[in-house]
Structure formats: C-alpha cells, structure tokens
Design a protein around this ligand. Sequence first.
Ligand SMILES: NC(=O)c1ccc[n+]([C@@H]2O[C@H](COP(=O)([O-])OP(=O)(O)OC[C@H]3O[C@@H](n4cnc5c(N)ncnc54)[C@H](OP(=O)(O)O)[C@@H]3O)[C@@H](O)[C@H]2O)c1
Length: 177
Amino acid sequence: MKASAFVATSLDGYIARSDGAIDWLGPSGDEGNEDYGFAAFMDSVDMLVMGRNTYDTVMATGEWPYGDTPVIVLTHRPIEIPAELAHLVEAREQPPIELAEELVGRGVDHLYVDGGATIQTFLSAGLVQRLIITTLPVLLGSGIPLFGAVDADVHLRHVNTVSFTNGLVQTTYDVVD
Ligand SMILES: NC(=O)c1ccc[n+]([C@@H]2O[C@H](COP(=O)([O-])OP(=O)(O)OC[C@H]3O[C@@H](n4cnc5c(N)ncnc54)[C@H](OP(=O)(O)O)[C@@H]3O)[C@@H](O)[C@H]2O)c1
C-alpha cells in the first residue's frame, strides 16, 4: 500500500489558521477554476484517512469533497456521521501502524492521509510515501503547522514542481525509505 498526503500550505508552513480557518485557501486570480490536480489525485486513491479536526472542518462547510471514496476518521471522541455518509465514513481510534496493516489486508492500494497531526503521525511511523504540497504565496504568521517534531530525519526526494500563474507552487516529494 502506498500513502500520500495532498495538502495546501501557506509559505510559512501552515495548513490552517490557529482556529482552523482555511479562508485563505479560496480561489484566486485567473486560475479560480483550477483544482491543482485534486480530482486526478482523488481518482487515484481508494481510501482516505483523516483526523477528527479535518473531518469537523469539512462537515462545517456543508460540502463533501470526496465523492464515493471511503473515509476513516481517526478520533477518540463520539462522532456524528450523517445518514447519507454512513456507508462511506467510519470512525476509528487506532494507532496508524495497526490501521495500515488492516487496510493492506482489505486490499487498499493507495491511501490519502489528511490533517496536520494525522499526516505527522503517519509520517513518523514511516507510513507516508508521497507528499504533494501546494504552497500559497501568503504568510500567516501562526496557525496549524503541516510538519512538527520527528523522531529521526525524514529524507525526501523531489519529484517535480509545477507553478501556476496566480503564484501557487505545487511540489511533489517521495519519502526516501
Ligand atoms: N490546507 C490543507 O490542505 C488542509 C488539509 C487538511 C486539513 N486542513 C485543516 O487542518 C486542520 C486540522 O488539522 P489538525 O492538525 O488540527 O488535525 P487532524 O489531523 O485533522 O486531527 C487531529 C485529531 O484527530 C484525532 N486522531 C488523530 N490520530 C488519531 C488516532 N490514531 N486515533 C484516534 N484519534 C486520532 C485526534 O482527535 P480527538 O482525540 O480530539 O478525537 C486528533 O486531535 C483543520 O482546520 C483543517 O481544515 C487543511
């Protein structure tokens, strides 16, 4: 199984403001309809694992951007899953390594890992193979960081970089084993 993160960050490395707001991610300039490869990426994944905070933010938008892709929400707390998503969304409280082993057994080939804390714990456990990071030309100064402490250096191999006329820069890295 391969796992990838597909995230947008500010130039100073935040994925959301401190209160979770992602208003700064909105469409900008003449590339407002550009999806930065998100639809193609979604077509390539067969399951998504996200942290509880990301789930709560997505639910607050009233839009479900993941189509029919099954989603596992990691949480220690009771969670409300709307009836129309009950066949797609399951909540779990499980260490990443255990969950990954189970998903391999379930035949998952490509896992999308989302949420800052969740990406960090999966990375630390050696469970993320690819990072696709779209950087916006904005400094937020504070917020929820994409990266945090690591037990050991995580080495990356640059795969490619694409820039957009509105100043967004998307860089793909593979994690070196
Ligand atoms: N810019 C982007 O592309 C992007 C992408 C994704 C998310 N975001 C934003 O980032 C923010 C969320 O990121 P975040 O770093 O706060 O957190 P997150 O990864 O979405 O959620 C972290 C929470 O998930 C639960 N959790 C994680 N691992 C677990 C495990 N193994 N077992 C049980 N529960 C587990 C815990 O919640 P509990 O213990 O509280 O249940 C933990 O506090 C949101 O504002 C979201 O909108 C932005």
